[in-house]
Design a protein around this ligand. Structure first.
Ligand code: APR
Ligand code: ZN
Length: 361
């Protein structure tokens, strides 16, 4: 079939609206009509050439839609089902899938490398970013990478649960398992960081410190649960300030920027014995992080998580949390766009004017 898609032909170029050819679903695949798809910072990393990829490419990975057709061997989905794709499939066969120690699947790692997709432009193949690709009216995806969700939940905003919301909320509740009464420092109060903040509030954290160079983030951060806001440009010794503020170091910190300098600060502001610091932000390709070994010797732990440590089968529960108003997504959706406005949407992200922009189809 022919479908309209926003294609990126090379890094640092605008998206081009194209009519592309899409093959029907093969064995184990599903054809999905995309109803809403979010603009994520990770897509921007690819647009800017900070994360290598093969072009021309169909980007977009945070989405919600309706199953239109199932390939052979797909038993657990049927046309009409509402679904949210997820970057981590459940192949169900690998050592990772059967381990309780990780939410990863070896297939997820394999799909981080470009391979042939189901789209073509004038007969030439188009890659699907990280095995997904949702900046199109329709897409074909492996069935093991989509979660079936309740049909009364609105596509916009539940598409956000496919990546950003889950990455932030899950980091706190599924990965760190923050205890009630904890002190938490969140670096970067964007589409990810604010979800970390709401996760920390749900966990019952006593103190939630938000650190962001953009003063304009303070009011939404407070609405989401930040108890103290810090603009680091106004504090000369940020880490010792944070150590004092938290009474000897935070129990947990989360870096939601993708900057090696703030990653180090996030480690150093935690309690020297039991502090745990989570790297969530994606640093530019080839970047290194540094630490003083003494800062680790007393027991601090420096770690990270992918997709908040969530598994595909937890997505329906997160949708329930939205429907039951346990989590707030609506206040984070600042812009709604058409597919042909993707370039404007990413400009808003670069300028820090949007929290989450969603394309509705
Ligand atoms: N110190 C403090 N805050 C900073 C700094 C800094 N040095 N640099 C940027 N920020 C703030 C910005 O002002 C913004 O509010 O970090 C926030 C980043 O938010 P977004 O741009 O909305 O990014 P987000 O979508 O939240 O993603 C953050 O996580 O998943 C990754 O790829 C993603 O690397 C990206 C990171
Ligand atoms: Zn697997």
């Amino acid at each position: 079939m022919n479908v309209t898609a926003a294609i990126l032909h090379a890094p640092n170029q605008p998206f081009q609206m194209e009519t592309v050819e899409l093959d029907g679903p093969r064995e184990g695949e599903v054809l999905i009509q995309v109803k809403a798809t979010g603009l994520c910072h990770s897509d921007l990393h690819v647009c800017e050439g900070n994360v290598p990829w093969q072009f021309p490419a169909l980007l977009g990975h945070e989405a919600a839609g309706i199953v239109v057709e199932c390939g052979s061997g797909v038993d657990d989905l049927k046309p009409g089902d509402h679904v949210v794709p997820f970057l981590i499939p459940r192949c169900g066969k690998c050592a990772y899938c059967s381990s309780a120690k990780t939410n990863l699947c070896l297939e997820a790692l394999a799909r981080l490398r470009p391979r042939e997709g189901r789209f073509r432009l004038n007969g030439k193949p188009i890659t699907q970013l990280w095995g997904l690709g949702t900046f199109a009216e329709y897409t074909v995806l492996p069935a093991d990478t989509v979660a079936k969700v309740r049909s009364d939940a609105p596509f916009d905003p539940i598409c956000y649960i496919g990546c950003g919301a889950t990455t932030g909320i899950g980091a706190v509740l599924f990965s760190a398992k923050v205890e009630a009464g904890s002190s938490v420092v969140v670096f970067g109060l964007g589409g990810i960081g604010l979800n970390v903040v709401q996760g920390a509030r749900i966990a019952g954290a006593r103190m939630i410190v938000g650190v962001d160079t953009n003063q304009a983030k303070e009011s939404i951060a407070r609405e989401f649960g930040v108890t103290e806001f810090i603009d680091p440009t106004s504090i000369p010794k940020l880490t010792s300030h944070l150590m004092k503020m938290t009474g000897g170091g935070a129990d947990y910190s989360f870096e939601c920027i993708g900057n090696p300098t703030t990653m180090r600060q996030a480690l150093e502001c935690t309690n020297l014995a039991w502090g745990r610091s989570y790297v969530i932000g994606v640093a530019p390709h080839g970047a290194d992080v540094c630490a003083t070994p003494a800062h680790l010797m007393m027991g601090r732990r420096w770690t990270g998580c992918y997709m908040g440590g969530a598994r595909l089968n937890q997505l329906p529960e997160l949708v329930d949390w939205y429907m039951n108003k346990k989590i707030n997504l609506d206040s984070l959706i600042t812009h709604r766009l058409r597919l042909d406005q993707l370039n404007e949407g990413f400009e808003l992200m670069k300028k820090g004017e949007s929290i989450r922009a969603i394309v509705t189809l």
